[in-house]
Design a protein around this ligand. Structure first.
Ligand code: ATP
Ligand code: MG
Length: 416
């Protein structure tokens, strides 16, 4: 990636109505563009981050046997009438639309009603179970307020997975695996230490659901956190009875704010019952399939990470989701400097180390500020001075000091 060829630019300005820190930083860095409240375009560098996050989620979900599909956003009214969720009184954040002939359609806020009848086509025996199907797909929700930047979109990217099991034991086994996968995801995204499994309302079909909450003052949920146990309780289910059941003393809890980055639910037969998703067990007895659903807010995660991992200079991406690993700043344009910077760019690229090469005609101060704002983990400078001393100047985004290193050491450090 050559900066001179990127159509996006960094900027000092943000839209006047943008109050969320994550969106301000991402807009200034040229990662996203605000279309309207809760609706953002992902620009080239932002899209790389979004895809990197999604791919980490995919790897962890594939590892527990999830099978990826991509379902449409347009949804059949009849499916939602089957479960009683077409009504705006039941679901208050529907976006709906119509075909030219007047047929009403929904824009998916979730996909239980589409996947459950789809799965019916493929389950012919208990031997087909268990299965888990997921997608990374755009959801539409007519949120009342959307002032938290990427953390509350009206159109946003979610990973949603649905599991189908013959027995409760089979369901529980997968549910536990999903918890482990979620823990891995948040760890790999660099927010493992501030993200806690949280007991939350389970709806009418199970006692609790499990949310994954990332601690942040910008969070909208109130939680009671037990650091000792590494779990939290959402205020919505915080009662003496729940405390007793979880074996937690009230006095040991901290009241904190959290951002819900994920939520997993046992659905029992809430959706399989109305759609008559059944199969026969080994004894030939008809069984209604037991379902679970498992969400992760992919774009909300990007906002959350921007919110948490940043300083007064800008973003600080963990290496595995950064849009590039190295920001190569070429200072000046003397032939030797250009030659050496071009050579290093080619060398790193050939070694599969992703580089954002700042080959613009810009002042050093501008290049350093942009490197910091964009949050690229490593910055390398090639200048007249480094050419003279036959070194490269290397600085991590998170350290104050730059060091001068040989080409060999540079490649070794960046290759790790
Ligand atoms: P919230 O309580 O924040 O509105 P929710 O409980 O309605 O979220 P779920 O239906 O559980 O959300 O969706 C699964 C995941 O999708 C959430 O855990 C969250 O990470 C993400 N998500 C939900 N709503 C939004 C939104 N408006 N914008 C971005 N991500 C969202
Ligand atoms: Mg939720």
């Amino acid at each position: 990636m050559r900066f001179s060829q990127l159509f996006t630019k960094t900027s000092k300005n943000v839209p006047a109505d943008e109050t969320a820190k994550n969106a301000k930083l991402l807009i200034q860095a040229g990662f996203v563009h605000k279309e309207m409240a809760g609706v953002y375009t992902f620009l080239p560098l932002g899209l790389k981050v979004l895809n990197n996050i999604a791919n980490i989620v995919r790897e962890e979900i594939d590892a527990i046997g999830g099978q990826e599909v991509l379902m449409p956003a347009l949804q059949l009214k009849a499916h939602y009438e089957t479960t009683g969720r077409w009504s705006d009184e039941v679901v208050d954040d529907w976006f709906k639309t119509k075909l030219v002939n007047g047929t009403e359609l929904g824009l998916g806020f979730s996909h239980e009603e589409d996947l459950t009848p789809l799965i019916k086509n493929f389950i012919t025996s208990y031997k087909d179970l268990p299965i888990a199907v997921y997608q990374v797909q755009t959801k539409f929700r007519n949120e009342l307020r959307s002032k938290s930047g990427l953390m509350r979109g009206r159109e946003f990217l979610m990973k949603d997975m649905y599991s189908f099991a013959l027995t409760q034991a089979q369901h529980d086994e997968f549910y536990l695996k999903s918890q482990a996968a979620y823990t891995n995801v948040f760890k790999r995204l660099g927010i493992g230490e501030s993200t806690f499994m949280t007991f939350a309302s389970g709806g009418s079909f199970s006692k609790y659901s499990h949310e994954y909450q990332t601690l942040s003052a910008a969070g909208e949920d109130t939680l009671y956190l037990s650091r000792a146990k590494g779990i939290a309780i959402n205020k919505e289910v915080y009662t003496d009875e729940v405390l007793a059941e979880l074996g937690i003393e009230r006095a040991s809890l901290e009241e904190v704010k959290g951002i819900e980055v994920g939520n997993i639910f046992s659905l029992s037969t809430k959706f399989s019952e109305p759609f008559k998703l059944t199969t026969n067990d080994e004894m030939g007895e008809p069984m209604t399939i037991i379902m679970g659903c498992y969400g992760i807010g992919i774009s909300r995660l990007m906002g959350t990470i921007a919110e948490l991992l940043s300083d007064d200079k800008g973003l600080i991406w963990p290496e595995n989701i950064a849009p590039a690993k190295v920001y190569l700043a070429r200072l000046g344009d003397s032939p030797e400097v250009v030659k050496q910077a071009d050579e290093l760019y080619n060398r790193l690229t050939t070694a599969n180390i992703s580089v954002l090469y700042d080959d613009r005609n810009a002042r050093p101060g501008q290049k350093f500020a942009d490197a910091d704002l964009m949050g690229i983990p490593q910055r390398v400078v090639v200048s007249d001075k480094t050419v003279q001393t036959q070194t490269y100047e290397l600085k991590a985004r998170t350290s104050q000091e730059a060091t001068n290193v040989s080409l060999e050491d540079l490649l070794k450090t960046l290759g790790d």
